[in-house]
Design a protein around this ligand. Sequence first.
Ligand SMILES: Nc1ncnc2c1ncn2[C@@H]1O[C@H](COP(=O)(O)OP(=O)(O)OP(=O)(O)O)[C@@H](O)[C@H]1O
Ligand SMILES: [Mg+2]
Length: 352
Amino acid sequence: MAVYALWNNKGGVGKSYLTFQVACEYALSHRNEKVLVIDLCPQANASSMLLGGIINGEKHLEEISGKSPKRTIAGYIEERIVSPYLSPKKGASFVLQVHPFNKYVPDNLYLVVGDEALEVQTSRVAKATNPGPTDAWRLVHGWISDLISDIRESWNVKNCTVFIDCNPSFSIYTELAMSASDRLIIPFSADGSSKRAVRAVLSLLYGVNRIKGTEQSEFFLNSTKFRMALPKIYAYVGNRLTQMNLGAASAFKTVVNEIGKEIWAVWQKNPNHFAIHPGGTPPPRTAVEFRKMFQAEINDANTASVVSGGLGIPISILPAGRHALAGRYSTVNQTQLNKQKPNLKKFVATIE
Ligand SMILES: Nc1ncnc2c1ncn2[C@@H]1O[C@H](COP(=O)(O)OP(=O)(O)OP(=O)(O)O)[C@@H](O)[C@H]1O
Ligand SMILES: [Mg+2]
């Protein structure tokens, strides 16, 4: 059981979609565990899907974030802006069980709801890191760890699996997520900029730069200064891979292989940044073993994905057939479901 952050500083690669699907699938396959999602993205896309999709989810989001006091991530952040260096230990009051809002989500899944108000809080969060006590940066970067501890304590468990959806940019909230997480899941898409993003993640997080003399990120410098643990890379997930036709499939494969080579090179130079799994396994010795351990693939399920996210029905329990989405009918084919469901199951089975 660990804290997983889904992050890539490239936008639109499926961080939120995978947070929704992976967390639901994990909760479905671990019915006796409480599973927590923290939505640290101001767009709150993962929350919207979990709470019921584009109509119901959005309605619930508005209701929840419109209440006072706010039981959202922004409510928690507000409390910490007031008490930045001493945790009020009230994090558990910001978590909601999802099932009462969306019956398709298993009742062991809990959420700290995303909130667009995070954007306007950004500068005040940054101010809390400086000036202040000498370890202000470290204390502020512990806010999400504090939140998780409060929730675990209220559940009377030492551990639980947590998934954090992140903003693409390396904002203060992404930094807080990185400081709180043990493991990193990096979704990527089959294009050239994903290859660049693989390098950007390494540079921002671990200070691994290709060009000597490149300025290091403040996050890397401060994490080193305060000896804070950084998440280890758990998986690169090639997402939205298409199998439409042979030509497209082979073009996709070429690009994915290129990115695979990049990731393999990263491993060879920086194996310490990776989380070997399952526990007790020896490190991979070949590119094939490496790929098996650290690379996953999730196909594009076309209409099935749109309906799943749009209605907030996890793809693993979405039935084939006609579905009403925002007043119009869409048909989900079994073949579409078959493209993604097995990938998702296989990937979630690797999560410890
Ligand atoms: N495997 C998939 N199959 C089909 N559609 C997908 C898949 N993964 C993601 N999508 C769709 O792609 C779009 C982008 O995904 P998503 O919003 O999850 O990306 P993101 O990385 O969270 O974006 P952002 O950087 O803006 O937060 C969404 O419309 C989502 O429903
Ligand atoms: Mg997102």
